[in-house]
Write a protein that binds this ligand. Structure first.
Ligand code: FAD
Ligand code: AMP
Length: 480
């Protein structure tokens, strides 16, 4: 039986990063992954690279260019001839991007000396790993430490059974062969909003049915309100408090029945995306008798440093508690690799940025205003709108705002929330400031290049003390 110092099960952003870091730290490492592309070739990268972050961003980029060409170029004095959308070419580009990145991981594994084992890995009671290859052959491997990173898959609901053509999950929605005339989306979470945006920009009439009464409850409520306004203006028809009860294909259409405050309602759409969350891939991961502890929802139970109840076995990424985000899993992967190598390592989950890649983009880090209120933390808020930012005006990207929340007594920044163009990039500045324990005054004292969107963060920090320069009205808020 071949032995490694570390075996990682799963090569998504949690597992492949863990494997590379282990190898960098001098550990003999193997990574087991079962993902194959359409040609049957290994495609490490997991959900993120194959059917998640990367293909969705490729389509968001293509559809954004198309929408801008339609709606914004004229304003810049640019006249184009007949504009047409070739969905097939857009999908081929997306596939190319995915393929380049998954093969990039194969190369990174080779360069770092990580052994990629293709197949389904199963943890055994004696802490070995049995791998079932695509041809059905089973090989056992031994390891001193094992990292479980099997990720997650789209949740399904009995009310809307998938048929793979008209009723699809997020994976199916990344591969439509034409723009649906009328598209329904169940769930206005991050995935539902991003995929709904792609097809809306390409011309579909999009209806999002969301069971909750508010949009994006994990975001700051002021930002979520702005988002609802902006999406409405784009023609995304978001219906809150709308719980889908059933969806059935009837004569090439999908008939959706949902319940809202006024009773039962119906919609007929050409396609329906079920985007109601994701479930952890903990089933099929362990042979009988392994005794790995799971919680009631199927997440692997871990401590703050991702140790499971089994000695020498760790779990990271979507399969454990915390937000289902690629960068969260990757950081956990690095932390666990360093712990295995005998180093000190920890992760501050309070400073995990969240991003919604719609247009405008939404991003945040730290506590929201409603969370601070609920915890009874005294705070001040500084808000600066992009409409008052020179670069945003020059670019025609005036929707949105930046909000800085700082402790009322110490001035330490507790949360930064933003909605606007390029916020997925801007939020990194807030993460850096908060990691260094910055106060709003610290940010206010720094020099930000002009004209940049980053100046909105600077002004929002100044606004915490009513000192923003480019704002006629002071906005100050204090909760004791
Ligand atoms: P995964 O990426 O799911 O990878 C797990 C891997 O393990 C897979 O390859 C799987 O086949 C393999 N595997 C599972 N079980 C076994 C086994 N027993 N043996 C062998 N292999 C196994 N997150 C962001 O941060 N930013 C985004 O923009 C973003 N966009 C998204 C868009 C969409 C449409 C979706 C669906 C998700 C998006 N996410 C995004 C979420 C992100 O994809 C996940 O949080 C991330 O992929 C989780 O990483 P992971 O490594 O834990 O698991
Ligand atoms: P997320 O977990 O962020 O991907 O979001 C999934 C969203 O789907 C949540 O906001 C849920 O409220 C929503 N949801 C789940 N089930 C239903 C349903 N039957 N009808 C409408 N919305 C739903």
């Amino acid at each position: 039986m071949e032995r490694f110092e570390v075996i990682v099960i799963g090569a998504g952003p949690a597992g492949y990063v863990a494997a590379i870091r282990c190898a960098q730290l001098g550990l003999k490492t193997a990574c087991v992954d079962q993902w194959l592309d359409a040609q049957g070739r290994p495609a490490p990268g997991g959900t993120c690279l194959n059917v998640g972050c990367i293909p969705s961003k490729a389509l968001l980029e293509s559809s954004e260019l198309y929408a801008r060409l339609h709606h914004e170029f004229r304003d810049h004095g640019i006249r184009a001839g007949r504009i047409a959308m070739d969905v097939g070419a857009m999908m081929a580009r997306k596939e190319r991007v995915v393929r380049e990145l998954t093969q990039g991981i194969v190369q990174l594994f080779q360069a770092n000396g990580v052994t990629l084992v293709t197949g389904h890995g199963r943890l055994q009671p004696d802490r070995t790993v049995a791998v079932t290859a695509p041809d059905g052959g089973i090989t056992r491997y031994g390891a001193d430490s094992i990292i479980l990173a099997p990720g997650s898959r789209p949740a399904e609901i009995a009310a809307a059974p998938l048929d793979g053509e008209r009723i699809v999950d997020s994976t199916g929605a990344l591969s439509f062969d034409e723009v649906p005339r009328r598209l329904g989306v169940i769930g206005a979470g991050i995935v539902g909003l991003e995929l709904g945006s792609v097809w809306r920009r390409l011309g579909a009439e999009v209806i999002l049915l969301e069971a909750q009464e508010a949009l994006l409850t994990m975001a700051d409520r002021q930002v979520a309100r702005e988002a609802l306004k902006a999406f409405g203006a784009q023609g995304l028809d978001i219906r809150l408090g709308a719980r889908v009860m059933s969806a059935r294909v009837k004569r090439n259409k999908v008939e959706v029945v949902y319940q809202d405050a006024d009773g039962e309602r119906r919609e007929r759409v050409d396609r329906l995306i079920v985007a109601v969350g994701r479930v952890p891939n903990s089933d099929g991961l362990c042979a009988a008798g392994t005794e790995l502890a799971l919680d009631e929802w199927g997440y692997i139970h871990v401590d703050e440093q991702c140790r499971t109840n089994l000695p020498g076995v760790y779990a990271i990424g979507d399969v454990v508690r915390g937000p289902m985000l690629a960068h969260k899993g990757s950081r956990e992967g690095v932390m666990v690799a360093e712990l295995i190598a005998g180093r000190q390592a920890a992760l501050d989950y309070d400073l995990m940025p969240g991003v919604v890649y719609t247009q405008p983009e939404i991003a945040w880090v730290g506590k929201s205003e409603q969370a601070l209120e609920a915890d009874g933390v005294p705070y001040r808020s500084g808000v600066f709108p992009f409409a008052a930012n020179g670069r945003a005006r020059a670019a025609g990207e005036t929707t949105g705002l930046v909000k800085v929340l700082a402790h009322a007594h110490t001035d330490r920044i507790l949360g930064v929330h933003m909605i606007g163009a390029h916020c997925s990039e801007l939020v990194a500045q807030a993460v850096i400031a908060m990691e260094f324990g910055a106060s709003s005054e610290d940010l206010g004292l720094m020099v930000f290049a002009h004209p940049t969107l980053s100046e909105a963060l600077h002004e929002a920090a100044l606004a915490v003390h009513g000192e923003a320069i480019h704002m006629a009205r002071r906005r100050k808020r204090r909760v004791e």
